[in-house]
Design a protein around this ligand. Structure first.
Ligand code: PMP
Length: 366
């Protein structure tokens, strides 16, 4: 793992790469008492040409700064963060993703984290902090490269290089499927003026109860709704998209807007929006706008709902096959025999960049 420490008097220490292992912090440390913790999640991809790539890491670096600032942690300059990330990956990734054909199309998950470590029990701006980056190898997934719906958090920390190369299909496979259980009105993930748009740990722990309930009932994730209008916001740890035909017959791709501050601005979300607006994956009108569950139910009942999908680094692109909205089950076209073709096209295009099927400015070579 890579670590660097910070204090208000001396700033950031020189970072070092050390063996993965426990951290020594005090029980009174600010992160343990007051949740001064933020993190990032991104992947390093072993391309089909053998090269290692990161996908838009500058966007993660900027979000890391935004999250740290929201909880009074010190800033880590994005350019410096990117340099460290690249150094760490160049050191670590070859152990996990050896440069031979068997490992092309696989990835390593990276988890940069910052914690407040100062030991004053009174609530105040931390005057000591630590930044670390760890890597998590996500085992092979039957659904193919870059498409694991498994939660990287649940994977064991790496201890040794993998021994058996996974099966990697050469063509883009269809997205994994996801069933969503809409949140109840008494369980809110984020609210205006809160911190839902920052990647701070305090946003995640409190969602585990709802997530477990969804799993218990056979769903993969919670579809987080907001307000008495039941606006859709996010799908678990991913951003949410719908493709429907409007009442005027227009094919519209809709994702909830960022303006309320209740949504994390995903790197994947931003990329899907940019790719779709450029017309590279199909002819659709792209809208960032609020959508109520009522509108989704009407579109569904009137046969106008084409697809819904969730996007994020961990899940990548996952087609939504079912939404349970307070007992009303929307079985999306995917399960009626249609293909989920739009999500597949989006996935294929982004995968092409990540695994170097074609050159693109979003790919950051290591
Ligand atoms: N929303 C939430 C709440 C998340 O935790 C994530 C994962 N970072 C996302 C959306 C997707 O973001 P990204 O595409 O940057 O992984």
């Amino acid at each position: 793992m890579l670590t660097a420490t910070w204090s208000i008097s001396s700033g950031w220490s020189a970072p070092s790469i050390v063996p993965y292992g426990p951290l020594a912090i005090q029980p009174a440390a600010s992160c343990l008492q007051y949740a001064t913790e933020c993190f990032e999640g991104l992947k390093c991809y072993r391309g089909h040409d053998g090269r290692l790539r990161l996908f838009r890491p500058q966007v993660n670096a900027a979000r890391f700064l935004k999250s740290a600032t929201r909880i009074a942690l010190p800033s880590f300059p994005p350019d410096e963060f990117l340099k460290l990330l690249v150094k760490f990956v160049a050191h670590e990734a070859p152990k996990w993703l050896p440069n031979n054909p068997d490992w092309r199309g696989r990835f390593l998950y990276l988890r940069p984290t910052m914690i407040g470590t100062s030991i004053k029990i009174g609530l105040q701006r931390p005057d000591e902090a630590m930044m670390f980056i760890v890597a998590v190898f996500v085992p092979a997934d039957v659904n193919g490269p870059g498409n694991s719906a498994s939660n990287p958090n649940s994977s064991p920390a790496p201890t040794a290089g993998p021994s058996t190369p996974p099966e990697v299909p050469s063509a883009t496979s269809p997205p994994t499927r996801m069933k969503l259980l809409a949140s109840k009105q008494d369980m809110i993930r984020a609210w205006p003026g809160g911190f839902g748009s920052s990647k701070v740990g305090a946003n995640y722990g409190p969602t585990i109860v709802a997530q477990s309930e969804a799993r218990r009932r056979g769903y993969d994730q919670v579809l987080w709704l907001f307000g008495p209008e039941d606006y859709v916001t996010e799908a678990g740890l991913a951003n949410f998209f719908m493709l429907w035909t409007t009442k005027d017959g227009i094919k519209e791709l809709v994702t909830p807007p960022l303006e309320l501050g209740v949504i994390l601005e995903g790197v994947t979300r931003r990329s899907v929006l940019e790719v779709c607006r450029s017309g590279k994956v199909g002819d659709v009108v792209v809208s960032e706008r609020k959508a109520k569950m009522d509108e989704i139910v009407s579109a569904y009942e009137e046969g106008r709902m084409l697809e819904a999908f969730a996007v994020g680094t961990a899940v990548f692109v996952a087609s939504v096959s079912e939404i349970d909205f307070r007992g009303k089950k929307l079985i999306l076209p995917l399960d009626r025999g249609d293909s989920g073709g739009f999500a597949t096209a989006v996935k294929g295009y982004l995968e092409g960049i990540m695994f170097g099927r074609f050159g693109h400015k979003w790919a950051h070579l290591v």
